[in-house]
Design a binder for this molecule. Sequence first.
Ligand SMILES: Nc1ncnc2c1ncn2[C@@H]1O[C@H](COP(=O)(O)OP(=O)(O)O)[C@@H](O)[C@H]1O
Ligand code: SF4
Ligand SMILES: [Mg+2]
Length: 330
Amino acid sequence: MPASSSDDYLLHVRDLILHFSTRRGIVRAVDGVSFSVRRGETLAIVGESGSGKSSTALGIVRILPRNVARYTGSIVFDGMELMRMDEEEFRRKVRIGGISMVFQGAMNSLNPVLRVGFQVAESLIVNLRVPKQEALRRAEEALELVGLNRSVAQRYPHELSGGMKQRALIAMALITNPKLVILDEPTSALDVMTQANIMNLLKRLKRDLGLTYIFITHDLALASELADRVAVMYGGRIAELGPADEVYPRPRHPYTKLLIESVPFLRYDRPPTFIPGSPPDLIEPPSGCRFHPRCPYFMKGKCDVQEPPLFRADGEHWASCWLLEEGRDA
Ligand SMILES: Nc1ncnc2c1ncn2[C@@H]1O[C@H](COP(=O)(O)OP(=O)(O)O)[C@@H](O)[C@H]1O
Ligand code: SF4
Ligand SMILES: [Mg+2]
């Protein structure tokens, strides 16, 4: 497994499982996910919608819906095992100054009746008991840091454009000086120009503040702009994990290969292809390799029977595919 206990690492997630109970049965949204994040790097988690990206992030920050059926594994953040912490310790050591998250679709969940500055300052006031005036001053600084005018603090959410709201959410995430920022599809609701501006902001913040990001997206081309390493999720598991400059030019999992070929931006030498079939049902996932019903390299009697472990392709590059055991390539 890709593991290291060195201090270079800020986060180790091992065998994370997060299942939900529904009337139809148990949804295995996250089903044995492991990865690590180094200090100062950006790990992109990419995959089709429904592959378990958001659930993985929610599992890390322990924001769980009521219908959780199973939540197990190990999450070591900054040397601390989060799974053993009670809620109070988690709040003190993780929610404040530890891990901040910009939630998918959060632009629409800003409180319409509260001024933006107060919403950015709120966690300082509520969690850190910073006096209100001081917290509001720091909120203005945080707004400035993300490229907004201080006066935005006095405005209400409906007075802001989509891009401004997204910047305010990033300010809100940064105000507690977190060590790790998780961004879940932070630009997917924005037009292309605004998306590019937000990506530039994220790059600048990474460079200037030395931030560590987990950047979640369904868009492989977007991930390539920010990622040092990439984890490709498929059906609640990691299909491939490796340095971005190895995974993009030389994907080792058939799913990643098809995903890259489906993005015109990344492969302009031929027309984009589409991945046949549909994403797996996470209540009754396919036997063996979850990708087997869609895989052009499917080996009967092997891929449909045994689940492939993550095999080392080279150095830090791993893929969960039996082809690697056989020394073949997709
Ligand atoms: N609270 C929940 N109850 C039941 N199923 C859920 C819940 N949250 C997510 N899911 C399901 O878990 C799977 C993974 O969802 P999600 O983590 O949101 O994927 P992604 O972020 O990659 O689109 C999907 O099938 C989704 O419908
Ligand atoms: S294990 Fe088999 S089915 Fe799965 S991706 Fe590899 S070749 Fe395809
Ligand atoms: Mg999601």
